[in-house]
Design a protein around this ligand. Structure first.
Ligand SMILES: *Cc1c(COP(=O)(O)O)cnc(C)c1O
Length: 395
């Protein structure tokens, strides 16, 4: 064996954490970091949230897993709450975002199959998209760097440039089943799809009998200050995938659909062993207790605004480092003028954790429970980091 016993697939930062509380992480050597990566938008309620810890430990003492051979009351309850708070009528629980997208794609294809048009199986997606790392979701994402070396790209995905509605219209044909899009591209560089584009996509779907499928794996569950990000556009999808934030750190996801869109998903056509187990459902329900409480989403929007305004003034101060501020709520991006890895390293030196994204962007995704004080601390650290990068560039 050479080197680590792990696959070398990740370029990990040389940090190991031991514990976390709220928006803060402590390393094994006792250093404290303010975490504006939040496990890539997963730790929606920060670390050691008392309500989540209580829900998990209580369920852990009762029942972890029984399989979908049996009824799972926690699933019923979480599905009903997701339905009550979204466009959807039906839910399928998964363990991850990619599986939720797989379910969404399968649901869209089965819809047309059930309607007697099995030839309609192709999905239109957008450049810069990220939908996961399974064979189908790398085909949907269409990024060469994720497809290379993994054999023929899975059939059934056609891609157009980001926001190019004319290209979408031209591509729609007798084999098209659906349009799949992230309301805000996360990995792709925190690129927001304008409301007008969302409305146009809805129109194109309605005119051509297609399903509008949204990837809300990163943008959903309060991240943008709405329960699901597409609510900002006033447009409802037929199907949506969620994951990341719904588990608050417990691996889970879900595919949401209208009754009409889910018409083909009949007994036995899809399944999962782990998806929706009692432990996951206890945590998912506890996350919703907090996210759906009065005023929570408004607070997320307010912190997002505070953050965005602060970032805009830092960008004004250091135009050679930061070109533009992007995003909505607490899904924010700094489009950089220097390599984004330089900026993220400078922030890490200031003990602020962030994530990078495509299009040379630094992504800021604090826990949704981040306080105003913590936002101010983060802004101070970002200003200092930007100053260091600017000074290094000038010398
Ligand atoms: C993270 C992510 C996925 C994949 O989720 P996994 O849980 O890693 O499979 C899919 N789509 C979007 C938009 C994501 O951000």
């Amino acid at each position: 064996m050479t080197g680590s016993a792990l696959y070398e697939t990740f370029a990990r930062a040389p940090l190991a954490f031991e514990k976390g509380e709220g928006s803060w992480l402590t390393t094994v050597t006792g250093d404290r970091y303010l975490d504006f990566a939040a496990g890539i938008a997963v730790n929606s309620l920060g670390y050691s949230h008392p309500h989540l810890v209580a829900a998990l430990t209580e369920q852990a003492g009762k029942l972890w897993h029984v399989s979908n051979l049996y009824e799972i009351p926690g699933q019923q309850r979480l599905a009903e709450r997701l339905v009550a708070n979204s466009f959807a009528d039906k839910v399928f629980f998964t363990n991850s975002g990619a599986e939720a997208i797989e379910c969404a794609i399968k649901t869209a294809r089965r819809y047309h199959f059930a309607k007697g048009q099995p030839e309609r199986y192709r999905t239109i997606t957008f450049e810069g998209a990220f939908h996961g790392r399974t064979l189908a979701t790398i085909a949907a994402g269409g990024q060469a760097k994720y497809l290379e070396g993994f054999g023929p790209k899975a059939d059934g995905f056609d891609q157009v440039p980001f926001g190019d509605l004319d290209a979408v219209e031209k591509l729609i044909g007798p084999t098209t089943a659906a349009i799949l899009i992230e309301p805000i591209q996360g990995e792709g560089g925190v690129r927001v799809v304008p409301a007008q584009t969302m409305r146009r996509l809805r129109d194109l779907c309605d005119t051509n009998g297609l399903l509008l499928v949204l990837d809300e794996v990163q943008s959903g569950i309060g991240r943008t200050g709405r329960f699901l990000a597409h609510e900002w556009s006033g447009v409802a999808p037929d199907i949506a995938a969620i994951a990341k934030g719904i588990g608050g750190g417990f691996p889970m996801g879900a595919c949401l659909a209208t009754d009409e869109a889910a018409v083909g998903m009949t007994a036995g056509v899809h399944g999962t062993t782990f998806g929706g187990n009692p432990l996951a459902m206890a945590v998912g329900n506890a996350v919703l207790d907090v996210v759906l409480a009065d005023g929570f989403l408004d607070a997320v929007a307010a912190r997002g605004l505070l953050m965005k305004q602060g970032l805009a003034s830092i960008a004004d101060e250091f135009p050679d480092v930061i070109e533009e501020i992007r995003g909505e709520g607490l899904l924010l991006g700094l489009k950089c003028k220097v390599p984004n890895t330089k900026v993220s390293a400078a922030l890490r030196d200031q003990k602020l954790l962030c994530a990078t994204a495509g299009d040379n962007v630094v992504r800021l995704l604090p826990p949704l429970t981040v306080t105003e004080d913590e936002v101010r601390i983060a802004l101070d650290r970002i200003r200092t980091g930007a100053r260091t990068v600017a000074a290094a560039k000038a010398s």
